[in-house]
Structure formats: C-alpha cells, structure tokens
Design a binder for this molecule. Structure first.
Ligand code: KG4
Ligand code: ZN
Length: 338
C-alpha cells in the first residue's frame, strides 16, 4: 500500500516481451516497462523460443526494478504480484513465473498466476476506468482469435475461436511471403493504407451459418497461390494491394462475427484485446458495423493491445479481490485454455 492505494506488480514473459508494471487499485498504471525482443527475432523471421528464454532471463530483474523505480515505490509497498503462467512458450513463461515466485516468497507478498488471455481483456480496465462487466470481448493476437462473453470480472465463456491459424499468425505468414518481414501485422496494416482492398478477391470464410469460429489457413494458401500464379505469368506483385485485400478479408469476418455475437447475447459493448486489436482497419470497420447496431466498441491504445505487465496486474487484482490465491507450486502451463 502506498497513499492508500493497493499496488499490484504485474510480470509478463509469455513470448517476446519482458514486461513489468505497477498498477494501483487494479486500474491505474504507475509504470509500464516493456523490453521488446523484436529486433533480435527479426533476423530469424519469427520468435526463436531458446533465444526468447535467454533474453527474458537477462532482462527480467532489470525490468522489474525499472517498473518499481518509475512508479516510485519499493518492494515493501507492493501488495500483490501477478504473473502470466500460460499460454505461451514454456521456457519464456518459466522465467517470469520463477521471478514472481522468488519475489513473492522473499518479500512475503501474495501471488496470483494469471491466464495471459484474461490479461489481454483486463487491459481495457486500465484504459476505460469506468468499464465493468458484462461485455463481449474480441481477443485477437498472435496465438488467439476468440470471441468471449464476459459476464463478470472473474468468469468468461468462450463462444468461438479459430480452428487453425490465429489472425495475427495469418498476418505474420502472409507478410513474410510478400516480403514485408516480421512482425507482419503492423507492416501489413501500414502497406494496406496505400493499397486497394478490392484488388484481389480473397475469400471471406464464415464457416457454418451461425458459427462464431474462424478459419484463416485457407486464406493464407489463397495468398500463396495468387503470388505463384502472378509470378508464373511474369506479372509484378503490388504488395500494397495484396496487403489491403488480405487484411480486408480477415478483418471483415472478424468484425461481422464479433458484432453478431454481441447482438445474439444482447451485449451493448464489444471490448477489443490483443496485438491485432491495434489494426487500424479492424478498429474502424468494427466500430462502423457495431454502431449501426447500437453497440459501443472499446479499444485499448496500441501499447496496451500488445503484451504488457499492466494487463497482468489488473487481471491479478480482480482475481485476488474475488478470493483467488496461488501457491508456490505455480508452474508454467504453455497450452493453458481460456
Ligand atoms: O497480443 P500480442 O502482442 O502477442 C500474443 O499474445 O500473440 O500479438 C502479437 C500479434 C502479432 O501476430 C502481430 O503481427 C499482430 O499481433 N499485430 C497486428 C498489428 N499489430 C500487431 N496485426 C495486425 N495489425 C496490426 N496493426
Ligand atoms: Zn498476448
């Protein structure tokens, strides 16, 4: 506690960001330190798990110290430690979990293991201080594309998800084949602004009528086939047009299904979360489609869409307040379900 505020330290190391943050009362960010490894993994065209773990190990203590320093607090002011324990890369998760357990034990601070996906949703509590469940959440990241009904702080019901590639994964793969490099999402977003979304007729895959599931792997194959046939015909590829057309096919389906879910479950708000939630076209399209149905769309700023420690702190705070406790047996669970 400091100045009457309940302080949570959030730690996140599930993929390629070493992150820590101090959050007051589950809502107010006092610091948000993110040490990104993107530059290191770019040379390999994607995240190399062994390198990620080693980098987390090198950075974790420093990142935590910086988070405390920037918040102008010391370890003894911290009331709760929240840490991501899954899903993610096992070696990467273990670094955060070990650091959190060591600190919780040494300083006698309660510990909460947080599901990374719940953290992404909680990012919205930091941005929209009045937001309270119930709402519909759209979680779109490198590993997930999920529509989740959130009736209360500590419960959520997955209504649909991807049957193959996640949205971010599809962005990253297509970006690689059109030569935009890693991480693909932001690069496609940028290139698409200069392209024509109707240039190539990529399929909109809705699956069975009423399904809230997604499938993006066919789209990736369609993009590959298009590139090959253009090459064989000796035609030059317009990267911006491919990016815009591909992006439109992905975000249109996501926006339609998220709005459909909100209408069916009578939710008046859709909360966006995850790295792909910072996609500018998805943000614009879903807002337009939702407002036509009288539904509000809440979007975290891009820094809170991608992995960070603050979202983990916020999710830990609400779990703790509802009576949840985690013991020192906490282990990394790479395949943790929603
Ligand atoms: O949530 P996140 O930071 O990490 C995971 O938990 O996966 O999401 C990373 C994913 C990557 O696939 C990245 O390409 C994608 O989010 N992404 C975007 C954009 N910014 C990040 N995808 C589309 N448009 C963007 N602007
Ligand atoms: Zn994430």
């Amino acid at each position: 506690m400091k100045d009457g505020k309940f302080l949570t330290l959030g730690i996140e190391t599930s993929c390629d960001e070493t992150a820590a943050s101090v959050v007051a009362d589950g809502r107010f960010m006092m610091s948000n330190i993110i040490s990104s490894q993107i530059d290191i993994h770019t040379a390999y065209g994607g995240v190399v798990p062994e390198i990620a773990s080693r980098k987390h190990l090198e950075c974790i203590n420093d990142v935590i110290e910086r988070a405390l320093k920037e918040a102008d607090v010391s370890v003894k002011d911290i009331d709760l430690i929240g840490v991501t324990y899954g899903p993610g890369l096992v070696g990467a998760l273990l670094i955060g979990v070990a650091a959190a357990k060591a600190m919780a034990y040494a300083a006698d601070i309660p510990l909460i293991g947080v599901n990374h996906m719940h953290g992404h949703i909680a990012a919205n509590y930091l941005e929209h201080h009045e937001l309270e469940p119930p709402f519909m959440a759209l979680v779109v990241s490198g590993g997930h594309t999920e529509i989740v009904n959130v009736p209360s702080y500590n419960s959520c019901e997955k209504l649909g998800g991807t049957r193959d590639d996640a949205a971010g994964e599809a962005f990253d793969k297509v970006a690689r084949v059109i030569g935009l490099g890693y991480p693909g999402g932001p690069k496609i977003d940028k290139a698409a602004k200069e392209g024509n979304p109707e240039a190539i007729a990529f399929k909109r895959v809705y699956l069975e009528p009423g399904s809230l599931d997604f499938s993006f792997s066919g789209l990736k194959t369609q993009a590959l086939n298009y590139l090959n046939s253009e090459k064989q015909a000796g035609r030059e590829i317009n990267v911006n047009d491919v990016a815009a057309s591909f992006q439109e096919a992905v975000v249109e389906v996501i926006a339609d299904k998220a709005v459909d879910a909100a209408v069916r479950y009578d939710q008046k708000r859709i909360v966006m979360a995850g790295g792909v939630a910072s996609n500018s076209r998805l943000r614009a399209l879903i807002s337009a489609k939702a407002s036509a149905r009288g539904i509000d769309v809440l979007k975290p700023s891009p820094v809170l869409c991608t992995d960070n420690g603050a979202m983990i702190a916020s999710a830990a705070y609400y779990a703790y307040k509802s009576g949840e406790r985690t013991d020192y047996e906490l282990d990394a669970v790479p395949g943790l379900e929603f």
